[in-house]
Write a protein that binds this ligand. Sequence first.
Ligand code: BDR
Ligand code: CA
Length: 303
Amino acid sequence: MTTPIVIDCDPGHDDAIAILLALASPEVELRGITTVAGNQTLDKTTRNALKVLELADRTDIPVVAGADAPLRRPLRTAANVHGESGLDGPDLPEPTTKTVDGDVVDLLADWLEPGVVLVPTGPLTNVARLLERHPQATERIVWMGGAIAEGNVTPAAEFNAYVDPEAARAVFESGIDVTMIGLDITHKALFDSSHAERLRGAGKAGKAVAELADFFLEFHRRRYRFDGAPIHDAMAVAHVIDPTLVTTLECNISIETESQFCDGRTVVDRWLVTDLPRNAHAGIDVDADRFLELLVDRIGSLA
Ligand code: BDR
Ligand code: CA
């Protein structure tokens, strides 16, 4: 069975790899890509999405540019992680195609027919705007963002949640089935130089991913002393491809939006200590080896 998906993203090294994983996987059919400001400004994340499709010879997939700023806060980017372009490292092909004109909310609502899974891998600005206008626009969201017990922008907050906490709150309070693929599990699966070397000699997509990894690994070595890099966003796509990779827990997840120290915190009721509604599924464990094998295998199969 093939699951149709739409990726809402801010490429971003791991967003780019997530898109390639989707394109390489027969279990999912990528129907379209929407972009959002996050890792870099909207013009850059959009251009990067077009470049990734160019690289994969999949310019048939429509790209729509979405929100250029969070709902109510100034944009904070992650140039320190992804570089000035948002995809520093490889020399990716210049886009020969343009975005589809139109309002991101209307286009998303059109694409999200019953059965289509929305996979956001950036701040949830577009998704919150979508649900405000079309509260039942989608049945299922698998989001990379948040964390149960750690933060990567502040001690309490993960980047995608931190950039637009009001949007995250709206999505988690929407009643839609949301799965959170957070840092606790993405940090368990590190893509290291041996994975990169296996891809360097593969097709042009494999070579580009190896070069993206060179840049991304260096950041994680410097910043975290990790001997590899979490490919966060690809894990959200992988969860749709193979639901047995990630173990999830149905529980309450609330988003902090008004706190001096904890803004953007995804407060996960990991041990079910409250009576709050179980509004989400939190990723609590991952089969890291199987995830990384899937990733290398699939990307290596691309031309
Ligand atoms: C998330 O933040 C971004 O920098 C990555 O692309 C990923 O979506 C990880 O915190
Ligand atoms: Ca991202």
